[in-house]
Design a protein around this ligand. Structure first.
Ligand SMILES: *[C@@H]1O[C@H](CO)[C@@H](O)[C@H](O)[C@H]1NC(C)=O
Ligand SMILES: *[C@@H]1O[C@H](CO)[C@@H](O)[C@H](O)[C@H]1NC(C)=O
Length: 112
């Protein structure tokens, strides 16, 4: 589970926990007996799926759906030197140097 992301904030020397994963729930559609309907697709009860916009969803037994954002957003890094690039396929952010994108930058804090 990546709901809570621990980030060690070096500048302050304290341990920060961000637990505000972006989640939402959808109520069952009326008349459905088996599975969950999401954006026109039917999913089995108990199954997990990943949406195109990078949410991890679970179809619950009562036909409702719970989804949480599948990635964290870097909020603390050297913004002068580095930039965050979103990888849509992997659903994650890479923080790399602006001048040399093959160099990863250190991330000090994430949310989501
Ligand atoms: C989302 O699902 C993928 C694989 O299905 C998993 O690797 C990832 O940790 C999940 N993310 C969250 C935030 O639960
Ligand atoms: C970019 O960084 C990589 C990895 O550190 C290094 O091998 C490469 O030479 C660098 N490229 C430039 C243009 O500085």
């Amino acid at each position: 589970m990546m709901k809570c992301i621990l980030a060690f904030v070096i500048a302050l020397g304290i341990l920060v926990t961000t637990c505000n994963a972006a989640c939402f729930s959808l109520l069952p559609h009326l008349g459905e007996t088996n599975g969950c309907l999401y954006k026109g697709e039917l999913y089995e009860s108990g199954s997990k799926f990943r949406t195109k916009d990078c949410y991890n969803c679970t179809c619950l037994m009562d036909g409702s759906i719970k989804c949480c954002q599948a990635y964290g957003t870097p909020v603390k890094y050297d913004k002068e030197k580095c930039k965050a690039i979103f990888d849509k396929k992997a659903c994650l952010y890479h923080v790399v140097e602006k001048r040399n994108r093959s160099k990863e930058c250190e991330i000090f804090a994430m949310v989501g």
